[in-house]
Design a protein around this ligand. Structure first.
Ligand code: FES
Length: 104
């Protein structure tokens, strides 16, 4: 299934994502996120903005994910960590934006 991803330079990419896998893995394959902690919910380099049209369709963040997001400089209402999201069929066509680097 395909996602539309806007990178940190504002360029849009169509990314093929694998249902059942972490969203971060598909983004990292395309060098769109660093994911330096490889999905352990600690580095926040996989931070995304989901967009209001889609964010409410996703399962809510865990306490751990919410806690990491809370301390991010660029956090928004639609912030999520892509390593904490599993790709589903319902995400077909979802538009997401890679958040700016936090600089830590
Ligand atoms: S990959 Fe580190 S928090 Fe998601």
């Amino acid at each position: 299934m395909k996602l539309l991803v806007t990178d940190r330079q504002g360029e849009e990419h169509t990314v093929e994502a694998t249902v059942g896998e972490s969203l971060m893995l598909s983004l990292r394959t395309h060098d769109l996120v660093d994911a330096t902690c490889s999905g352990s919910c600690s580095c926040a380099t996989c931070h995304l903005f989901i967009g209001e049209a889609w964010v409410s369709d996703l399962p809510p963040p865990s306490d751990d994910e919410a806690e990491v997001i809370e301390f991010l400089k660029f956090a928004q209402e639609d912030s999520r960590l892509s390593c904490q999201l599993i790709v589903t069929e319902a995400m077909e066509g979802m538009k997401i934006t890679v958040a700016p680097e936090e600089g830590f």
